[in-house]
Design a protein around this ligand. Structure first.
Ligand code: SF4
Length: 66
């Protein structure tokens, strides 16, 4: 069981596959076979907090929560 304070999710209904999340934080996000963003690590360690805030803010559709 992870003790991560985060639970990263992408809302597939509003993601538009722009890929900003992958460019900013490729250790956490990828692009799936469906062309939409996918979460590679949904329970990252606490030192990803600033990166997650940046990605969630810059995602053009605000599809990312954590
Ligand atoms: S930045 Fe947002 S809209 Fe673009 S792929 Fe990532 S989750 Fe989807």
């Amino acid at each position: 069981m992870s003790d991560s304070e985060f639970h990263v999710k992408i809302d597939a209904l509003i993601c538009e596959g722009t890929g900003y999340c992958v460019r900013i934080e490729p250790e956490i996000f990828g692009i799936g076979n469906d062309g939409l963003g996918e979460v590679l690590v949904d329970r990252p360690t606490s030192n990803y907090g600033d990166a997650l805030e940046e990605v969630a803010t810059l995602c053009p559709t605000r599809a990312i929560t954590y």
